[in-house]
Design a protein around this ligand. Structure first.
Ligand SMILES: [Zn+2]
Length: 367
């Protein structure tokens, strides 16, 4: 198998959703810079993400919506009909080109793994995008378009695993009832978008695992080993897409989950051997240190590299140069390491009950 490919773009450098938006922080550039500083990313492994043309987006999105998104970029005017220009989904200078580049990266990833392989597209993972409007900071649904491209290549079994703190409502809409796509989402209970309860199977296409606040590494490992891995092994996917949002990590401001980034590494390591094709994206993540650190560790895991305890000076200076208007000073660990210490804890009744229920359903005994 060829080396994993990292898909990036300069468009993530400098573009922003505006000064007051949670996505005003640098994310993909931090990951790219850290991976380069650690010697993990050379010219052969890096691919520039193309910007998807409107036609490539119509498989999921309506023509009217994509035209409106392009118009919003050209005029910088809001359009209420498509929720463009709201607090969550502001109109900014690259409001079409930036998400279309993330989607172009996903489509390239699907093409690159056609005969097998591993691709990382940290700018992707925009799992809330809906066919006819922007939703939850997502304008174009990259995971859906990427999975549709895999299907167009003739694949018939694709597993989508989503460990972002929020439920993948846009992806669920796209593949409801599908025999070809299995969606598994772990997300915080009682949090926006308030979809994806445990009872919701998307007509047989999904396993939803809502988890309580304080969700820790021990609970994540239980769900990974007892629910996710058996379900994937059973499905025998020809491709796995892992949406690796970083917002379930303790320091993230938009969730109340309490994972370490070791969970992201565990998910990558456990899922990779289960399919000949593996696409990993980013997703949510709103603390500049936790996102950059988690997604760099993901790239290390994809390359079977150990994350060093002591970082080279160049990597330290990248972490120390980050700033954030939302919080005061980051902890020492956030500016001097990449891999978190484990965050083990007790297994809550909520998680234990959910795991039992999903195991019973898996065994064919209802639930
Ligand atoms: Zn999220």
């Amino acid at each position: 198998m060829t080396n994993p490919v990292f898909i990036g773009s300069r468009i993530y450098r400098g573009s922003s959703y505006g000064p007051h938006h949670p996505l005003s922080i640098p994310r993909v550039p931090t990951v790219t810079d850290l991976c380069r500083a650690l010697g993990w990313l050379d010219a052969d492994t890096y691919r520039v993400s193309p910007c998807a043309k409107p036609n490539a987006l119509h498989g999921f999105h309506t023509r009217d919506y994509i035209a409106a998104l392009q118009t919003a970029e050209a005029t910088q005017a809001p359009n209420k009909d498509y929720d463009l220009g709201s607090v969550s989904n502001p109109v900014f200078a690259e409001v079409y080109r930036r998400p279309a580049t993330a989607a172009g990266g996903g489509l390239l990833a699907a093409d690159l793994v056609r005969k097998g392989g591993v691709v990382y597209n940290p700018g992707g993972g925009t799992h809330h995008g809906l066919p006819d409007r922007a939703n939850g900071f997502c304008y174009i649904n990259e995971p859906v378009l990427t999975i549709q491209r895999l299907l167009a290549h003739g694949l018939t079994r694709i597993a989508y695993v989503d460990i972002d703190a929020h439920h993948c409502d846009g992806v669920a809409v796209a593949f409801d009832g599908s025999n070809a796509v299995r969606m598994i989402s772990v997300h915080e209970d009682k949090r926006w978008p308030f979809t994806g309860p445990i009872e919701d199977t998307a007509n047989g296409a999904a396993i939803n695992i809502p988890v309580p606040k304080g969700f820790n590494d021990t609970e994540f490992d239980l769900i990974l080993n007892e629910v996710i891995l058996p379900a994937i092994a059973d499905f025998k996917p020809e491709a796995i897409y892992l949406q690796c949002g970083a917002d379930a990590v303790t320091e993230d401001p938009l969730s109340r989950l309490a994972l370490s980034n070791r969970c992201h590494v565990s998910a990558v390591r456990a899922l990779r051997p289960l399919s000949p094709r593996f696409i990993v994206s980013g997703g949510g993540g709103y603390n500049p240190w936790t996102v950059g650190r988690a997604w760099s560790c993901v790239w290390a895991a994809l390359n079977d590299r150990e994350v060093p305890e002591h970082l080279p000076a160049e990597a330290l200076s990248i972490l120390k140069s980050l700033s954030w208007t939302r919080r005061a000073q980051p902890t020492e660990a956030l500016t001097s390491t990449l891999l978190d210490a484990p965050r083990h804890g007790p297994i809550s009744d909520h998680v234990r009950t959910s795991v039992s229920r999903l195991k019973r359903r898996h065994a064919g005994n209802g639930g």
